[in-house]
Write a protein that binds this ligand. Structure first.
Ligand code: SF4
Length: 496
């Protein structure tokens, strides 16, 4: 279903029907969100799916008596690891190498993609199977492989739906959350070779069709590609958690395994997984434990892939780490609980964010990874209600980071433009008035004039003044009271 063009808003570029194309960084989200809000089917799909996951999460979290202690343990482990990341990375590299793995370092997406392409081409194959991975989406690996003549087949069911639909993921955990069963059936019928023409939209039938489609691919694949949920510095172990078992097929059947892991995914000790493997499934899928938790350490002769390459990806992470106000975004374990509770995400969906990481975590991570000007509207894509902070299993204070990034954006804007914006001028004037008791008292008395504007409705509607207009277009101002608090105080206490 295509969204109608909203009057007064720039149209989305035709090359990017669900995306935000080449709009300016500060325009992207508002424009795309308005288009998404007009898509009633999308909103129905999202409301139903996020509501279901929210309820499941709330139920299984309520069963854990020490949930808050677990969250605190997760937070502290992450903060500790980030504070000593270079040391743990060196330890991790040594442990992986000692167990027969080959470690590569990639400063950015281009380097990571080039390493993977070289490794795959050296195997003389034209197809690889993939485990669902946010890191590979972040670097655009599928597109890079395609440009090199290699087809990358997504094997996670939801990712497969997205790939077959020539679509983009819209949720970290449930990439096809914007699709309903009927839409998925249509995609399968149109795109899967040998699919049963009588396919129904029953979940079991759809899963069966995907299973049949994928099984042949698993058995013939020579190279598997994955991301990683965790890497253990102490042992060199990597871990992928998933619900379907397709990931495990990719991790065990091919002769060569290539894993791309963001450098922030480390935990110091094996024992630390105990905390995260309790936090993650309850927060993400609302399950008590993951159906499939795969772990591997280097190469095991005669068992699983006999060649293992690990690519450690920076791609902006060290810059995030350097910012004390924003670095906690790196603590994320990609559970997606913050997406499912976010009132903004629930109404706009993930495509409106125009970034690989949508929702509240995307709003704080993407602008930091890409540079704030590329995703300048994302820190504003929030009501700052704090629901994301409440559910985050590692207690990332997302609202505070959003405010921090808004400040960074404002400062960057001020530095780049000699003439201050209307908003900055208004704020400077407000600071001048509020910084002096006499000025503030006079301003309050003058504010009573505003009572005349709100006489009819009891609130002040649209005010055609710069900055104020933008505010009052979307919100009403409260009508000033007859008497200010200071006046009341003076009357009651007989002081001036
Ligand atoms: S920010 Fe927290 S709630 Fe959101 S995906 Fe990351 S770990 Fe989960």
């Amino acid at each position: 279903m295509s969204a109608p063009v909203m009057l007064g808003m720039p149209a989305l570029p035709p090359t990017s029907p669900r995306g935000v194309g080449n709009l300016r960084g500060d325009e992207k989200f508002p424009v795309a969100a308005r288009h998404a809000l007009a898509d009633t089917q999308l909103r129905r799909n999202l409301g139903k799916a996020t509501g279901t996951i929210r309820a499941k999460r709330a139920q299984v979290v309520s069963e854990v008596p020490d949930w808050e202690e677990l969250r605190e343990a997760g937070r502290q482990l992450k903060v500790h690891t980030m504070a000593r990341l270079p040391e743990y990375l060196a330890q991790f590299e040594g442990a992986v190498t000692a167990r027969g793995g080959v470690v590569h370092w990639a400063r950015d997406a281009a380097e990571a993609n080039a390493i993977v392409l070289d490794l795959v081409q050296a195997k003389s194959v034209d197809e690889v199977v993939k485990v669902k991975s946010m890191a590979t989406q972040e670097i655009g690996l599928n597109e890079a492989l395609e440009a090199g003549g290699i087809a990358a087949l997504e094997t996670d069911l939801a990712e497969l739906i997205v790939q077959l639909g020539h679509d983009r993921p819209s949720h970290i955990l449930v990439p096809a959350i914007h699709r309903n069963r009927a839409e998925i059936r249509e995609i399968f019928l149109a795109e899967m070779e040998d699919v049963d023409a009588g396919l129904t939209d029953e979940p079991a039938a759809l899963a069966g069709a995907a299973r049949q489609h994928l099984r042949r691919k698993f058995l013939s694949a020579k190279v598997g590609i994955s991301g990683a949920n965790f890497g253990v510095a102490e042992t060199g172990t990597l871990s992928v958690v998933e619900s379907e078992g397709n990931g495990r097929m990719c991790l065990t059947l091919p002769e060569t395994l290539i894993t791309i892991m963001g450098i922030e995914k480390l935990v110091p000790r094996w024992q630390d997984l105990e905390v995260f493997l309790q936090l993650l499934p309850r927060s993400s899928t609302g399950e008590r434990m993951n159906p499939y938790t795969s772990m591997w350490t280097g190469v095991t002769p005669g068992d699983g892939p006999q060649e293992f390459h690990l690519i450690l990806l920076d791609n902006g992470r060290t810059a995030v780490l350097a910012d004390a106000g924003g670095r906690d975004a790196l603590n994320c374990i990609r559970c997606s609980a913050c997406l499912n509770v976010c009132p903004v995400y629930e109404r706009t969906g993930g495509h409106a964010y125009g970034s690989v990481y949508p929702g509240p975590i995307g709003a704080i991570l993407s602008p930091q990874l890409t540079g704030i000007e590329d995703n300048a509207s994302l820190p504003y894509a929030s009501s700052l209600c704090g629901a994301c902070y409440d559910v985050c299993p590692v207690k990332i204070d997302i609202p505070s980071i959003l405010v921090h990034l808004r400040a960074r954006h404002t400062e960057a804007h001020a530095a780049a433009h000699r003439v201050p914006s209307a908003e900055a001028t208004a704020m400077a004037a407000a600071a001048w008035v509020m910084g002096n008791p006499t000025r503030w008292t006079l301003a309050l008395r003058g504010g009573r004039l505003g009572r005349a504007l709100g006489r009819k409705r009891g609130v002040i509607g649209e005010v055609p003044l710069p900055v104020v207009k933008e505010w009052t277009d979307a919100r009403d101002f409260a009508r000033p009271p007859k008497q200010t608090f200071r006046d009341w105080w003076a009357t009651e206490r007989g002081r001036t």
